[in-house]
Structures are given as C-alpha cells and as structure tokens.
Design a protein around this ligand. Structure first.
Ligand code: CMC
Length: 440
C-alpha cells in the first residue's frame, strides 16, 4: 500500500527582499505539522540551515510516533508500554514490518519463516576468522553484515518487492546468529548454531552462552528481559542510525550494505554506544563515595564529562522505554543479588542521587533506556562490548521496516543535503615556489 500524497492544510508566508512566498503547511496523523520547503530554493535562492536536523522532518513515515514532551512512543499506533507488557518481540517485529499485529496463524508462519533463515552461509564462518580475536564485536558486525551482500545475491534487487522482503527476513533472522558468532569468536569458543525450538531471545542466549561440553539452561527471567529489551529498542523514528540507513538506501545501495551503515552509526557513544559508555563510566567512578565528584563534573560547563545514560534529544519528559526497563532492571537485580555487586549498587545509587539533583531535574535529564539496559546486561554477565550489538539486533527490525517504507515511497529521492559554505573564497592556484612567501 503506498502512502497518500502530502496535502497542504494551511499556508505560511515568508517575506524576503520584498518578495512574499507561500509555503504549504501539512499535517500528519499527530505531532507538529511541517512547512513544505521543497519549492523554497527555486523561489528564493535560499537553503535552510538546521545542523543536527532539530527542526527538520527528513521524510514521512507510518511506522513510529514519538511525542518527546509527553513521553509517548507508539509503534504503528500501539503504545510501547502495552507492547512491552502484552506482546513479544516476534509479534512486534511483524507489526513493524507489516503494519498490523499478526493473527495467531500469521504469527506462527512468521516465526517459522524467521527460523528458516537463522542459519548463515557456512562460508561466513571463514569470514569471521579474518578478524583479530580482540576486535570489537561492533566492528565485526559492520563487516559481516555488509558482507552478507556477497552471500545472498538473490535478494539484492531493490526494485523487486519480493527480494526486498526476503532480504528483510534474512536480516532479522541472522542478526542474533552473527552476534553470537562475534562473541564466541572473541573468546575462542566454537560457534553455536541456532535452534528452531527456541524463541528469538532464548536462541540469542543459547548462542552466547552454551558450549558443546555443558548443557546450557536458559533462565526464563533473562529470556523475558532480553525479549523486552528487544521490543523497547525495535524502532525509534528518524534517529541517527535510521537516518543513516535511509540516506544510504536512497542511493539504491543494497539492504545488507545499508544495515551495515546503520550499525556503524549506532556504535557511537551518543547513540547506541551509550549503554556501553554507562558501564565505562561506572567503572571510572568506581565507588559510591565518588558519585558527588562525578555529579559535580557533569554539571561543570568546562568539563566535557557527561553522565552517560542520562538525557535524550527527543524525550524531555521521562523516556517511556526507561520506565518499563527500570521495572525489569529491578527484577533482574533482585535475582542477581545486587547487594553482592558493587557496580550495580553504584548504578542504583547514581540513579537515586541524579534524579534528586536540581541540575538534572531542571534540565529534564532523566535516566534513559541505555542506563537500564546496560545494567541488566551487566547483571546477566553479557560482556560490555556486546551491549550495542544487542541494540543492533533489536533495531534491525525498525531499520529494515524504514528502509522498505522508503524504497516503496513514490516521493523518495536520493538524499542530498546542501551546506552553508564558510571556507575560503575563490582564489587562484599558487605555484610551489611562491607558497612559502605567500603564507608568511
Ligand atoms: N550529563 C550532564 N549534562 C547533560 C547531559 C548529561 N548526560 N545531557 C545533557 N546535558 C546538559 C548539556 O550540557 C546542556 O546543558 P546547557 O543547556 O547548560 O548547555 C543541556 O543538558 C542540553 O544538552 P544537549 O546536548 O543540548 O542535549 P541534546 O538533546 O542535544 O543531547 C544527548 C541529548 C542524549 C546526546 C545528551 O543528553 C547526552 O550526551 N547524554 C549522554 C549520552 C547518552 O546517554 N546517550 C543515549 C541517548 S538515548 C539512546 C538513543 O535513543 O539512541
């Protein structure tokens, strides 16, 4: 189904150098309207300037809606809290990909199809062996996910909806397998194959922690927590990695290459790398007694230090995902015995102090989803370098849904932002013998 054309419901006027132009104002289902600036440059010779895109809607989308002020996150209209409580990751994946919740038959078929695609081509294993053992798993993921385009030639034609769909299913199915392989490779253990009788999150845990020598018993509380984290991270509108995927995909690049680009963007500490940065920060703080010192540093304008896992570009009220995950975090910590774990105690004390501090209250800097996911992963014994990989597994569903939506949108064109040039004005080439004198 294609999206309806944009319809102007109002008009804004821009006056510049004695000329007034009409700019159509269009509204979606909810949220702020947009000024349609597509005709701005031809009418005025002006570009817009919006670094970080804080006021720019880069596309139209039917997938995810966020109201940052009210702390609302909807996937295809459904609030994240209801999905986290009543649904599971496979259902949410179906919802994001197809637009509606599945019937029970559709859900079974979807799970079956995903299970059919969990294995990776056996030669992918040799590909892994080219990496150093101490390579960061996100570096490996960028490489191997991109490399999938060299293994699955029958799903690279982006003009064919059936091939696009197969590529989407393959990516969703294979991400946990590749993640498990990246971890096993780093610790020198044999790869563990996916098992179709296990759920998506159970499979991930099994591929991470089981070994050929000892049967691995999956803790149902952990599997539920992983499933919940996957739901909460599955999509988040036009964030940095999703926008990267849309931009890469707008040139016609294949979906495996686009998702690899998204993984690279996600890796940064201001985005998906924040949950890893949270643990780094806790290690740096080291002891509860040092919390005031670090809170002081976070408030100091001359110190670049920030409390990792606090604040959000969009949520200026509480992050709805963080409130769901806070509950799960306390469940897991209860089981893991937080009293025995100095780092987890430190995290809980930091949360308490920061949430009562004027600076953080005034600036609306609440703990975000990465704060709690980092702590949950730590309590489960998932190594810190795998934290962002888990985020990538979850977000693949959102990324590929957004990519598919973009390719099918008749308004889609290659992304090509402009710039405000502030470099040197035109100047003639300086011959080598004259350069020294010129620059002195
Ligand atoms: N610690 C201390 N001060 C902070 C923090 C923080 N974590 N976050 C923002 N501030 C201050 C900042 O110094 C600024 O102060 P002032 O107004 O005096 O200049 C004010 O709050 C607004 O900050 P900003 O950088 O303009 O806010 P932003 O919306 O551009 O940044 C952010 C959002 C997430 C990049 C930022 O809050 C941050 O760096 N947080 C820590 C990293 C983190 O946890 N990132 C994960 C984000 S959630 C995951 C995701 O969805 O990808």
């Amino acid at each position: 189904m294609t999206m309806a054309a944009l319809k102007a419901q109002n008009v804004a006027q821009l006056s510049y150098q004695g000329k007034t132009i009409d700019l159509p104002v269009c509204f979606g289902t909810d949220g702020p309207g947009v000024l349609d600036l597509q005709g701005l440059y031809s009418a005025t010779g002006l570009f817009t300037f919006d670094p970080g895109y804080t006021s720019t809607a880069s596309c139209r989308s039917e997938i995810t809606y966020i109201d940052g002020a009210k702390g609302i996150l909807l996937y295809r209209g459904y609030p994240i809290q209801q999905l986290a409580e009543k649904s599971d990751f496979m259902e949410v994946a179906y919802l994001l990909l197809y637009g509606d919740l599945p019937t029970s038959v559709q859900k079974d078929e979807f799970i079956q199809t995903i299970n059919n695609h969990t294995l990776v081509h056996e030669q992918v294993s040799s590909f892994f062996r080219g990496f150093r053992r101490d390579a960061h798993p996100m570096a490996i993921m960028v490489g191997v996910v991109g490399a999938l385009s060299s293994f699955y030639h029958d799903s690279l034609d982006i003009q064919d909806p059936a091939q696009r769909h197969i590529a989407a299913l393959r990516l969703i199915a294979k991400m946990p397998t590749l993640a498990g392989m990246a971890y096993k490779y780093s610790i020198g253990q044999p790869f563990v194959y996916p098992q179709s009788h296990l759920s998506y999150s159970e499979n991930f845990l099994n591929m991470m922690f089981s070994t050929p020598t000892t049967p691995y018993v999956i803790n149902p509380l952990w599997a539920k927590a992983i499933d919940r984290i996957l739901i909460l991270h599955a999509d988040h509108e036009q964030n940095a990695s999703t926008s990267t995927i849309r931009l890469a995909g707008s040139s016609g690049a294949n979906p495996f290459a686009c998702i690899a680009a998204g993984i690279a963007a996600l890796w940064g500490p201001a985005h998906g790398g924040a949950n890893e940065a949270v643990l780094g920060m806790l290690e740096e703080i080291g002891h509860v007694d040092r919390i005031p010192e670090f809170i002081g540093r976070a408030k100091d304008k001359n110190d670049p230090f920030r409390l990792m896992g606090f604040g959000h570009r969009v949520y200026k009220s509480y992050d709805p995902r963080a409130s769901v995950l806070r509950e799960t975090c306390y469940e897991i910590l209860g089981e893991a015995g937080v009293k025995d774990n100095q780092m987890l105690q430190l995290a809980m004390e930091l949360e308490r102090i920061a949430m009562a501090d004027e600076y953080f209250i005034e600036k609306k800097l609440y703990p975000n989803v990465d704060f709690y996911s980092g702590i949950i992963f730590k309590a489960m014994g998932i190594p810190v370098t795998m934290f962002t990989v888990l985020f990538a597994i979850a977000r693949t569903v959102g990324w590929i849904s957004q990519w598919k939506e973009m390719i099918a949108d008749p308004m889609q064109k290659i992304g090509r932002p402009r710039q405000l040039y502030v470099g040197k004005a035109y100047r003639d080439f300086i011959p080598m013998e004259k350069r020294l004198e010129e620059s002195q």
